[in-house]
Design a protein around this ligand. Structure first.
Ligand SMILES: Cc1cc2nc3c(=O)[nH]c(=O)nc-3n(C[C@H](O)[C@H](O)[C@H](O)COP(=O)(O)O)c2cc1C
Length: 349
């Protein structure tokens, strides 16, 4: 079944490409599409077709000047292999990763599933990536001028109690090439990772990470913003506690949210029993609810980035109304293509 059409996103070229892509297995489609997009003639054709208004606006957030408020969420370009190609589509910022110190292959396939009836995906990729050194080389060689976020995580083989050493290692490697860094403690696909969002485990992670961050800031003559990305599956009291602990450290903000473990949002869908994180349109209202819950408790100097279920320009604008400074898109981009970036940028100026 094809996804529900959004009139503002009508795009015959993307509709044709999506038909081909969706005839392939999801991961094969991902590699196929990104492979084409990074051919120079395709990239320049796409850049011309999907150019986002060249009006020079600057959106300040976390001490950075973003070209616009619409970013690519982490996980689509895990290794930073496609920064220039994706940047040409009009994103104001791109978050690459999640990257881990060592390369790892992730969970066994199949591990990504489309739910087109819901404009949604379930994934349990498990931080498949080529390791931080590969990503850093790509980040160094980028030509794109937008802001680059780098999302860091831990290897599956690293015990949870040593997680901080993986995050510190990645932080050190990516610091010189990132515009901002995201500490991802909210993937449902790395065993027990989400425990790092709570209480002592959170403090034991942030203490060494923020100490090293302070040293790096003085070494490199400038502090780069550091965000923490959280799951939507946190109730008000878990959010309260998270902010209480996190705000004792000089972090710069929070990304709300990662994918959800909830399945009631897709109730009787035949793929509902697949393990992994659910993303896309069905996540929107839940992610927005959690965004508001975080906003209510947000320390005054923190930046808030809203992600989850953006499928129209209006959805992007709603996140700003709820208190986000910036927004990120992943699944909506797969279903609707680059028009969604354009419409979201226009709706959030
Ligand atoms: C296939 C897939 C892989 C993802 N991988 C990551 C990841 O490596 N790191 C991360 O922080 N978030 C990852 N995410 C979560 C997204 O960045 C985003 O937070 C979430 O999907 C909600 O946004 P969306 O509804 O626009 O997709 C992934 C999402 C998908 C669909």
């Amino acid at each position: 079944m094809s996804p529900t059409p959004h009139p503002e996103l009508s795009d015959p070229l993307y509709a044709a490409l999506r038909r081909i892509a969706f005839s392939k297995e999801p991961e094969a489609a991902h590699d196929w599409a990104l492979g084409w997009m990074s051919k120079p003639w395709v990239a320049s054709m796409l850049a011309r077709r999907y150019r986002v208004s060249s009006e020079k606006t600057v959106c300040p957030a976390a001490g950075l000047a973003f070209p616009n408020r619409v970013g690519l969420a982490a996980g689509l370009d895990k290794n930073g292999d496609y920064i220039d190609a994706l940047g040409a589509l009009g994103f104001g910022f791109i978050e690459i990763g999640t990257v881990t110190p060592k390369a790892q292959s992730g969970n066994p396939q199949p591990r990504m599933f489309r739910l087109p009836e819901h404009n949604a995906l379930i994934n349990r990729l498990g931080f498949n990536n080529l390791g931080v050194d590969h990503l850093v080389k790509n980040a160094e060689n980028r030509r794109w001028q937008g802001k680059l976020g780098i999302n860091i995580g831990k290897n599956a083989s690293t015990p949870l109690e040593n997680a901080h050493s993986d995050y510190v290692h990645c932080l050190e490697r990516v610091y010189p090439v990132a515009d901002y860094i995201t500490v991802n403690i909210s993937s449902p696909n790395t065993k027990d990772l989400r425990q790092l969002q709570h209480g002592d485990a959170l403090a034991e992670l942030l203490e060494p990470v923020m100490n090293r961050h302070a040293q790096l800031a003085s070494q490199h003559q400038g502090s780069k913003p550091l965000f923490v990305k959280i799951a939507p599956d946190m109730d008000d009291s878990a959010i309260e506690q998270f902010i209480q602990v996190a705000s004792t450290y000089p972090i710069h903000g929070v990304i709300v949210s990662n994918t959800t473990s909830r399945r009631d949002l897709i109730d009787s869908h035949p793929l509902a029993a697949e393990a992994g994180g659910l993303s896309g349109e069905v996540l929107r209202d839940f992610a927005n609810d959690r965004l508001s819950a975080v906003k209510k408790r947000l320390p005054a100097n923190w930046t808030l980035i809203g992600a989850g279920g953006i499928s129209s320009g209006q959805d992007a604008a709603t996140k700003l109304v709820l208190g986000a400074d910036l927004v990120q898109i992943y699944t909506g981009f797969i279903y609707h293509g680059p028009r969604l970036i354009q419409r979201s940028v226009e709706a959030t100026v």
